[in-house]
Design a binder for this molecule. Structure first.
Ligand SMILES: [Zn+2]
Ligand SMILES: [Zn+2]
Length: 895
């Protein structure tokens, strides 16, 4: 242990790396299997392998590290498993962008060379995020790190695919999918961003086959798709159309007869009540088409150009085709009108291109739904509905269940080259599909060597959906899997509840028969100080590494988790960071004071357990510590990290520093009675341990210094990281000490308030008389504290019957059961003070009136930014408090 003097200021940069390396070298991060003890496991959400640390990651890791440090210190075998995701589309897109700037493309390179190029990119930039995460001081088990493309997780992916295929839960089918023509891949519903855009509603006339002068008018936002229409749908009870259901209309331009069908899904109120049906290019039309046996064929191809089915428009780009089709319809007299129309259009989340729904041959997982209890989605629904998995905060439980109630089959194939390739081989001789975990030598059916693997890869979420069990070794029955699975908590942002959390629940239950985790804990998103979403385009992002350089890791972590409540978004700005740094400095300075006082002292024996404490102040601070210990453990159990932190902050700053240390200084000076040093040390040492999960570095540094000055007692361990987390197994509540010291603190505060209201200089001593009313002992024993901390001299301690009734005019303070009289005549000009206070009260009331009117003005409430409204409310609150104080002091002056 180091016994060097603590420097006068805490310098995070000098401390953090040294401590982190020591923790790692000692193996504290590595989880050990301890049979008979239930482990605590968090699988870290795997970031994109080439990603960089942003503030959202920092929040997530600060929360998870606090939880695992708390459990680990509580003696629970704890595993926090880190990893990275290959992030199929994101990584491929990043490399493609680079190739494009070099004037080449993946197609020029060919598949093998391209995949090798991506691997090079990953080797070069991969894992940077973990190097960055280390600076956050996170205690992850790096030896168990996994990458989604590692052999283990890859085998898990193939095994899952093969199992599902054999159970008929994976199928290949023509389906309408979201297609990005730029990325040339299918997108899941979740990868499509919908934005409202200003467009047009085109009203088209389709002539009836048997009465060419009569028309049915359909409305569409995408007139070019009419080339692929295979029907017109109306509501079966719509009187306008009931006579033509079953007849044909002739599709203009294409001159193709298509049927009019009656379908209950048609909204009679929308447009003309007649819907053109293009099954290949609209998901709703696709379903109508399936119900009525209408053909589905693409008129827009994978490249965004019209196909041969588009007739004379073959090869024309889709937006250009729109203009040409509208022009021709106009010339033919089939265009009734064009209206302005704002509507929602899907865009590729990755590249922002307009998504093209089209029909293609894809692989799907049949998920079923809550109405089929044995289906994949049915079991995932029940796991949460029945409470096998708890969702924190509770409101997201309903969100999850609603989503599963409306779930569709999952399209898992992606037309990418980077990722887990689909383990299906097609036979050229007999068309049989060989589906196996290991690469086959030939066709399973006819033995032909002419087999070719499916060109597509699996959706990234297919592999991350297996993460909690694939990282622990599944499908092998490893010791880790047996011991650490199911995991305890899955902690992530609420924005990936569906993307990821729901899929882990589905796949976890499917593969292992057990839920993947017992609790889902969702944190909120970080916004800037004004409440706006942080984004690079807005320019309001903050780089966590720069913040660490500027404020230190502990301050950044403390700032991030201050005031966090599960699921609530967080406003983050410099003021939080400054407050957190001030707190870190307070912890350092107060500790330094205490530790320097211990130097060379004797009589510290017993500091660890304090077997007998007699002094009221010692009993009080130990009782307060005990209460805070209970509360912090409770808050952590409830995932209320913000509350836990706030309680520790208040306890350390107010109770320990502002009161107890000040009281102890007086005792140290007078050297009467029992020394406060053992208690000072005891409370500091425990508070450091309580704080450690939130501020790992500074607490370790101070703790090492503190312990080097103390006799070795208690659990003799070499790091705070492996010291026991304080709990309240042996309660040390002391109601009378809390009541008596509480009363003395209130009395001192009352005198201090009066002094500041009346602007009495800090150095000036006031005479005071305290009427004790049954509290003589505590007041007499704490008289020195009262004298020193409220700067009164002389202090007369009196009973009701012995008080001096003829005290000069002054202020009387009632602090139940005490009555404190401060004679002020000759000290301050009481009548002048009264005049001044009355005019201050007048101003205060005027201001209150103004702000009250403002915040009840509907016009203001509507137009002002929320943060401005909030500021005004806070101002009103302040004025109100000020007003009460002024009334009080004026009343006291009058009395
Ligand atoms: Zn795209
Ligand atoms: Zn074959």
């Amino acid at each position: 242990m180091t016994s060097a003097q603590m420097p006068s200021a805490y310098n995070a940069a000098d401390v953090e790396q040294r401590i982190y390396e020591k923790w790692q070298a000692k193996g504290y991060f590595n989880a050990k299997i301890e049979m008979g003890k239930e482990p605590y496991v968090i699988i870290m959400p795997p970031p994109n392998v080439t990603g960089e640390l942003h503030l959202g990651h920092a929040l997530e890791k600060a929360i998870e590290d606090a939880l695992v440090r708390w459990r680990r210190m509580s003696g629970v075998p704890t595993l926090w498993l880190p990893g990275t995701d290959h992030a199929g589309i994101a990584t491929q897109w990043a490399v493609e962008r680079r190739l494009a700037s070099d004037g080449t493309s993946r197609h020029d390179l060919g598949r093998d060379t391209f995949v090798e190029t991506v691997w090079e990119h990953v080797r070069k930039f991969g894992g940077i995020i973990h190097e960055q995460s280390r600076r956050l001081g996170i205690s992850a088990d790096w030896e168990r790190h996994r990458f989604t493309l590692d052999p283990g997780p890859s085998k898990a992916v193939r095994t899952t695919f093969v199992n599902l295929y054999k159970k008929n839960r994976i199928y290949r089918h023509e389906r309408i999918i979201n297609w990005c023509t730029r990325c040339a891949t299918a997108l899941s519903d979740l990868e499509v961003d919908y934005q409202d855009v200003d467009g047009y509603l085109y009203h088209l006339r389709y002539p009836l086959e048997d009465a060419p002068r009569s028309f049915i008018t359909v409305a569409t936002t995408r007139p070019e798709t009419m080339l692929g229409d295979t029907g017109v749908a109306v509501h079966p009870e719509d009187e306008r159309y009931v006579n033509i259901i079953g007849k044909n209309v002739v599709l203009p331009i294409m001159d193709r007869p298509i049927p009019v069908v009656g379908d209950e899904a048609i909204d009679r109120e929308f447009g003309t009540g007649a819907l053109k049906v293009t099954p290949a290019h609209d998901p709703i039309d696709f379903e109508i088409g399936e119900r009525h046996g209408l053909e589905a064929f693409n008129v827009i191809g994978l490249d965004g150009n019209l196909t041969a089915a588009g007739g004379k428009y073959e090869g024309v780009e889709r937006t250009e085709a729109r203009q040409k089709v509208v022009e021709e319809l106009g010339q033919l007299g089939y265009l009734e009108k064009i209206e302005d129309h704002r509507h929602s259009v899907g865009h590729c989340q990755r590249c922002s291109s307009v998504v093209e729904p089209l029909v293609s041959l894809q692989w799907f997982v049949n998920l079923g739904g809550p109405d089929q209890p044995d289906s994949i989605a049915g079991k995932a629904y029940a796991a949460v509905a029945d409470g096998d998995i708890k969702v924190v905060p509770e409101r997201f439980r309903r969100v999850y269940l609603n989503w599963l109630e409306n779930i569709r089959d999952w399209c898992i194939s992606r037309q990418l080259w980077w990722g887990h390739r689909i383990p299906v081989w097609y036979c050229a001789s007999c068309q049989y599909m060989t589906v196996t975990v290991d690469d086959p030598d030939g066709c399973e059916s006819c033995g032909s060597k002419e087999i070719e693997q499916d060109a597509d890869v699996l959706d990234t979420w297919f592999s991350s959906g297996l993460w909690p069990h694939s990282t622990l070794g599944w499908p092998e029955e490893t010791d880790d899997l047996n011991y650490f699975y199911p995991t305890a908590v899955l902690e992530t942002g609420y924005d990936i509840l569906f993307f990821w959390v729901a899929r882990m629940i589905m796949m976890g239950i499917e593969n292992t028969g057990q839920v993947p985790f017992r609790t889902v804990f969702l944190h909120g998103l970080i916004r800037d100080a004004t409440g706006a979403k942080m984004s690079k385009t807005r320019g309001n992002t903050m780089d966590p590494l720069e913040l660490i350089d500027q404020y230190g890791t502990d301050a950044l972590r403390f700032a991030l988790t201050t005031g966090t409540a599960p699921g609530n978004d967080l406003r983050f700005g410099e003021n939080r960071l400054e407050a957190a740094r001030n707190f870190a400095n307070k912890v350092w300075n107060a500790s330094r004071f205490v530790i320097s006082g211990l130097e060379g002292e004797f009589g510290l024996e017993g500091w660890y357990d304090l077997p007998k404490i007699e002094h009221r102040e010692d009993r009080w601070i130990v009782s307060r510590l005990d209460r805070v210990t209970t509360e912090v453990n409770e808050s952590l159990r409830d995932f209320e990290l913000g509350d836990a932190q706030q309680k520790l902050y208040d306890f350390f700053w107010n109770d320990y520093c502002d009161w107890y240390i000040e009281m102890a200084k007086l005792r140290l000076r007078s050297a009467d009675g029992p020394s406060p040093l053992p208690t000072l040390a005891h409370v500091l040492e425990r508070t450091l341990r309580l704080l450690h999960p939130f501020m790992p570095f500074i607490t370790e540094e101070i703790w090492q210094n503190l312990c080097s000055k103390l006799p070795q007692e208690g659990a003799n361990v070499e790091s705070i990281m492996v010291a026991e987390y304080p709990n309240s197994d042996t309660p040390r509540h002391d109601a009378s000490a809390e009541e008596e010291i509480g009363m003395i603190m209130r009395a001192i505060r009352a005198v201090r308030n009066t002094r500041s209201q009346l602007r009495i200089p800090a150095g000036q001593r006031l005479e005071a008389q305290i009427e004790v009313n049954g509290m003589r002992d505590p007041i007499e024993e704490e008289a020195e504290v009262i004298r020193a901390l409220s700067r009164v001299e002389p202090l007369h301690i009196v009973n009701e019957d012995s008080k001096d009734a003829d005290l000069p005019k002054g202020v009387t303070l009632v602090v139940n059961p005490l009555i404190i009289h401060l004679p002020l005549e000759g000290v301050v000009d009481l009548s002048a003070e009264e005049v001044r206070l009355r005019s201050e009260l007048d101003d205060c009331l005027k201001n209150m009136d103004r702000v009250e009117k403002l915040v009840s003005n509907p016009n203001f409430l509507q137009k002002a930014k929320p943060e401005v409204v909030e500021t005004e409310h806070a101002r009103l609150q302040d004025l109100n408090e000020r007003q009460q104080h002024l009334y009080e002091i004026l009343e006291q002056l009058a009395g």
